[in-house]
Write a protein that binds this ligand. Structure first.
Ligand SMILES: [Ca+2]
Length: 83
């Protein structure tokens, strides 16, 4: 996967704003769960949205506040793309 940091940052910032429904600047487990539920529905994939939201949070939330900040969100995907 090509790793254009500027492009990734822009795409993720837009995605983050979509997911952060209450515009708190953080993505909570319930906001994440809503997204996963609609993703599983539309893609026909089977998944436990509540559990997957928790697992994702655990992975991405470095601050331990059980929410994902924009920085944490971007850093997580940048790490994936950099391997
Ligand atoms: Ca929020």
């Amino acid at each position: 996967m090509p790793c254009n940091e500027a492009e990734i940052r822009q795409a993720l910032t837009e995605a983050f704003r979509e997911v952060d429904k209450d515009k708190s600047g953080h993505i909570s487990a319930s906001e994440l769960q809503v997204v996963l539920e609609s993703y599983y529905k539309s893609s026909g994939q089977k998944g436990n949205a509540a559990k997957d939201a928790q697992d994702f949070l655990k992975e991405v939330d470095k601050g331990g506040d059980n929410q994902v900040s924009l920085d944490e969100f971007i850093n997580f995907f940048l790490q994936l793309c950099k391997g």
